[in-house]
Design a protein around this ligand. Structure first.
Ligand SMILES: [Fe+2]
Length: 285
């Protein structure tokens, strides 16, 4: 009888992890205080690791809610598509989002490569970070530009947000070793609020520039599976287990790591780690 109950419990957990939680999106609201360079509060919508495929699935309804937020800025920090079929889905759903001062995107490893099960297993065993199957990145980038998204591939841009001078720098994919910080942070100055977008927070281990104020990253998916006491057994960062998700201080930088809004289509279960979008208010006080 006890074995039967344990078996039923395990089946319930598996059904939850595979079919319920990956589609149970949450909108998280976070206030970042103490950013002295900010003259008026700035709102930011951060999305990461959406892993769009050919069908919109349950993401459509959630994106309709996001389209009503109208933040100042939208940041997309990589793994936006999972395969080429995801490009058109990304166009349909991202084009419905609006931001007063623009939408900015950086690329992740899944934007470059179509990972099949064998590639994903090799990746998680540390045997290789790439796949033989390339996604059509030029088409993805040109489609994003066509709908007004600013794609930052080792480049930066300056803008004025409610009177605050802001530098937004974006790296190319750190996972497959494409970062050039000299280009990504070109124009960094003490007078600007310096924001770095990068797919993987481990990029910070190679950052020698000083003066970066805010970093937005993804890649870790928050571990995807989280357990009481154990936490997240899968921890894809060398910075340490506590950085696997959430808001942190790293040296002089305020760093946010998203749990992501999706997961690769071959290893997608989630447990106690709901997919998320984050609405930030960045304040001077
Ligand atoms: Fe991802």
């Amino acid at each position: 009888m006890i074995l039967l109950e344990i078996g039923a419990g395990l089946v319930g957990i598996l059904l939850w992890a595979f079919f319920v939680e990956p589609n149970w999106y949450r909108l998280r609201r976070i206030t970042i205080h103490g950013q002295k360079k900010v003259r008026k509060p700035i709102t930011i919508l951060h999305l990461s690791d959406i892993h769009f495929v050919g069908s919109e699935g349950s993401k459509r309804g959630f994106f309709q809610k996001l389209s009503m937020l109208n933040p100042d800025l939208i940041f997309l920090t990589g793994d936006i598509i999972d395969n080429n079929e995801g490009i058109d889905t990304a166009v349909r759903l991202i084009s419905g989002l609006r931001a007063r001062y623009g939408t900015f995107l950086v690329l992740g490893n899944h934007d470059y490569y179509n990972y099949h099960m064998k590639d994903t297993l090799r990746y998680h065993m540390g045997l290789g970070k790439t796949s033989m199957d390339h996604n059509n990145v030029p088409r993805f980038v040109s489609e994003m530009k066509r709908i007004g998204v600013r794609v930052l591939i080792n480049e930066s841009t300056k803008l004025d947000v409610h009177g605050t001078p802001v530098l937004i720098g974006g790296t190319d994919d750190p996972v497959t070793q494409r970062i050039d910080f000299e280009k990504a942070l070109h124009g960094l100055s003490p007078q600007t609020l310096n924001v770095l977008l990068t797919h993987h927070l481990d990029a910070l281990l190679k950052l020698s520039h000083h003066g970066v104020d805010l970093v937005f990253a993804g890649h870790t998916h928050g571990g995807q599976l989280r357990f009481p006491v154990l936490g997240a057994p899968i921890c894809e960062t060398k910075l340490g287990r506590r950085y696997v998700e959430g808001l942190h201080r790293y040296k002089e930088i305020t760093l946010f790591v998203s749990r992501g809004l999706g997961a690769g289509r071959t290893l997608f279960p989630r447990f106690a780690c709901r997919p998320e979008a984050i609405f930030f208010e960045v304040r001077p006080d």
